[in-house]
Design a protein around this ligand. Structure first.
Ligand code: ZN
Length: 57
């Protein structure tokens, strides 16, 4: 099913592509919906915009 979140692939770009069709997130910097979900330093989830490179959590 599209929209399922696959974690731990080690490939943020693959996650970004997977999320492009169904993300609910918009970049707070540029407004793009091309947002990748990545693992943060503390094992949490962070997000990075693949359009402008802005990252947040
Ligand atoms: Zn952005």
């Amino acid at each position: 099913m599209p929209g399922s979140i696959r974690e731990g692939t080690g490939d943020p770009l693959a996650v970004a592509v997977a999320r492009q069709t169904g993300t609910l997130l918009d970049c707070p910097s540029c407004g793009s919906s091309h947002v990748a979900q990545v693992l943060g330093d503390n094992g949490g989830i962070s997000y990075v915009c693949t359009a402008c490179g802005h990252s947040w959590s």
